[in-house]
Design a protein around this ligand. Structure first.
Ligand code: URA
Length: 191
């Protein structure tokens, strides 16, 4: 399946009741050749209105972390477990995730990223382990097929609990270091 076919399928999807209340599905945006992919939970209000992931308050905080570690937002791909907004931003239901996860699986197949970063526990529980504990396990890398995967705190949690922001910065710096390490040591001509 091509990107265009997959996105068209997502736009037309009515597999779960969330399609009835959505303004726009939020498929994902960014670099389709990215080595690094971020996966969040589900669109919020601003994302539902714009069709773009992480553009509300949490998204602006994510942008600040990306800037802080010098990862241009347009260099990565950003998407979510659910493509449609749950009412009042409640947690996704298992049945909704089951309906939607096929889109993410096909996106990851097309992307074949080296690194996947789950934003928050919902994505981590789906992509890493159902009993994933974000407080204990954030920043720890695992293998998932041909990719390495870890989870960091969700930016919405960091808005509610700023004491966790230091840990987030540490994790984001480690992600940047891993990304740089994929390119190998700089050649003498580059330094
Ligand atoms: N929270 C998410 O998990 N995803 C978004 O796209 C926005 C907020």
């Amino acid at each position: 399946m091509t990107w265009e076919e997959l996105e068209a399928k997502c736009r037309a999807c009515s597999a779960c009741p969330l399609h009835e209340s959505r303004h726009n599905p939020v498929f994902g945006t960014g670099n389709r050749r990215a080595a690094l992919v971020f996966v969040g939970e589900a669109p919020g209000e601003q994302e539902d209105l714009s069709g773009v992931p992480f553009v509300g308050r949490a998204g602006r905080l994510l942008d600040r972390y990306l800037e802080a570690v010098d990862i241009p937002r347009q260099s990565v791909y950003i998407t979510n477990i659910l493509k449609c907004r749950p009412p009042k931003n409640r947690d996704p239901l298992p049945a909704e995730e089951d309906c939607c996860i096929g889109f993410l699986e096909l996106q990851l197949r097309l992307l074949s990223p080296r690194l996947i970063v789950c934003l928050g526990r919902i994505a981590a529980m789906r992509l890493i382990r159902p009993d994933f504990r974000i407080t204990k396990e954030h920043g720890i890398w695992h293998t998932r097929g041909d990719s390495e995967i870890c989870a960091v705190y969700h930016p919405s949690l960091l808005l509610r609990d700023p004491r966790k922001r230091e840990d987030m910065l540490t994790d984001m710096k480690a992600i940047k270091a891993r990304l740089d390490a994929l390119k190998g040591p700089a050649s003498p001509h580059e330094s």
